[in-house]
Design a protein around this ligand. Sequence first.
Ligand code: HEC
Length: 223
Amino acid sequence: MKTPALLALALLAVSMHASAQDAAGTPQQSPAPASGTTQVKLCDNKTTVQVSKDAPKTREEGQKISDSLMAQWKAANPGKDWVQAEVEAHQVVTPEDNSKLVGTGQSSTYGAVTQQDVQVWNNETYKMAVYGSTVFHSSDELGSDIAVSCDMCHPRAANTHPETYPKFQPQLGRVALLRDMINWCIEHPVRGKVLAPDDPKMRALEAYILAQRKGVPLDYGKR
Ligand code: HEC
């Protein structure tokens, strides 16, 4: 292994130890960020990890950062089921099949619904969700400077709970829409580029996250 990689690993190990609990279970204070390191914060605005600025920007390294943040978060939230079992596939849920509308009237302007109409609606909608999946799974698409992507902690968008928005999010100090929370998570922990609400990547991320929860009843405000 090359020296910078070793250094980065050592730093990660040191900082993970420092912010974890000691043998007696006493929480320890995180030290102030050392120079040459970057403090990466989790979506909860509390959990942190120090990463060497020289750490290689690889998916492997990004996964290590995500795992160490999640290990701390899980220790602090023992009751929460994070569904790690979903890791294997990137399957994107398919949209509603509207075939039963074929032959029914739309309006005098458009005439009856054809099989081709239904196909176009379906393909276009699915394409948007699949693009969202690509962004969700790619630290490059997200512009992460530490090679972290959403799927590292949210396999198949698990635990993103889009059906609970809008809701008050303490880390934002206001009522958040799903896109506000997506942007917050792009800042912390992904350390990527915040997206404008109408950015095609933001629209696709929303589409993908919502697609994965198809069939779940809306429950805005739920915490
Ligand atoms: C390092 C792990 C990690 C990464 C990477 C991550 N998240 Fe999260 N995310 C979490 C955790 C843990 C929470 C729960 C925080 C809490 O309960 O306060 C969370 C919360 C959320 C929520 C709110 C869920 C709710 O119940 O309201 C959304 C939405 C979300 N993340 C989306 C994303 C998106 C989109 C990305 C990528 C841009 C991302 N996350 C990257 C760990 C992560």
